[in-house]
Design a protein around this ligand. Structure first.
Ligand SMILES: *[C@@H]1O[C@H](CO)[C@@H](O)[C@H](O)[C@H]1NC(C)=O
Length: 264
């Protein structure tokens, strides 16, 4: 009797053990993004809505934030947008980078918008409160995704700031048309934590002793060290994910064994 039920329990046990690992690893899907040479980011985060991700490096000594925002427009020929909102949680007040899909094989066009309210955006960029440089975009990778690149000059002392993102289906005369107002569109916002390490891995209970090591230990190296960043990013995220899964596995193992013993 017990012998015949054992395989089921073992299968259940394996499922229980496998699922948290699978969930954690899936949550770091952004880590598999392959950027062109010279573009590397210390951290990435899968944003909770619209299939988007943000990759970034924050240089605390210069208050500069280099980002790559990755998302697919709501339809071919549409647009993607990401921005920081230092004054609120919604669209109004957002300092946005917008990329409009190019026609055919043309590269996407990048615009910046200081979004002052819920009014249509024009076809001309407006200056941002966080001066933006190094603007670029490409349409690469799977699923028709557009990647917008830029560097924002933040204000001194910013630690966490609201971010909002959006995707639209079309543009008219070079200006992005209104996006859909589904729940996912309206909830495409979160907090970007600039200070402190491992912002994307907030629940991890085991921070490394050398917190902030990569950002501060390079000392005299004034350059943007993109080579170093590229070697950090791929190894760091999966390791963190595996470590997090390892922490929770023993607890699940105990639970699963209790369940097993109770039914034998
Ligand atoms: C952005 O818009 C706000 C609200 O209209 C304005 O106060 C601010 O000066 C604008 N920023 C820039 C850089 O133009």
């Amino acid at each position: 009797m017990a012998a015949s039920t054992m395989p089921h329990h073992l299968a259940l046990l394996l499922l229980l053990l496998a699922s948290p690992a699978a969930t954690r690893l899936a949550s770091a899907a952004c880590a598999s993004e392959k950027f062109p040479a010279g573009r590397a980011y210390a951290t990435c985060e899968d944003l909770p809505k619209l299939g988007a991700s943000l990759h970034w490096t924050y240089d605390a000594s210069k208050n500069s934030l280099s980002v790559a925002f990755v998302a697919a427009p709501a339809a071919p020929g549409g647009w993607v947008a990401w921005g920081l909102n230092p004054t609120g949680e919604g669209m109004a007040g957002t300092q946005a980078l917008v990329a409009l899909a190019g026609s055919g094989s043309a590269s996407p066009t990048v615009r910046t918008y200081n979004i002052t309210g819920y009014v249509p955006l024009g076809k001309a960029s407006t200056p941002l409160d966080f001066p933006a440089t190094d603007l670029a975009a490409d349409a690469a990778g799977s699923g028709g995704k557009i990647r917008v690149y830029g560097k924002l000059q933040l204000r001194k002392g910013m630690k966490a700031v609201n971010q909002v993102w959006q995707v639209g289906a079309s543009a008219t005369g070079g200006a992005p048309d209104k996006h859909a107002f589904q729940a996912d569109n309206l909830n495409a916002k979160s907090k970007l934590v600039l200070a402190g390490k491992a912002a994307a891995e907030a629940p991890s209970p085991s921070p490394a002793p050398e917190a902030g090591g990569p950002a501060t230990s390079s000392g005299g190296g004034a350059g943007s060290d993109s080579g170093a960043a590229s070697s950090i990013a791929p190894s760091k995220l999966p390791n963190a994910a595996v470590a997090a899964a390892g922490v929770s596995a023993p607890a699940l193992l105990v639970l699963a064994l209790v369940g097993f013993l109770a039914t034998v």
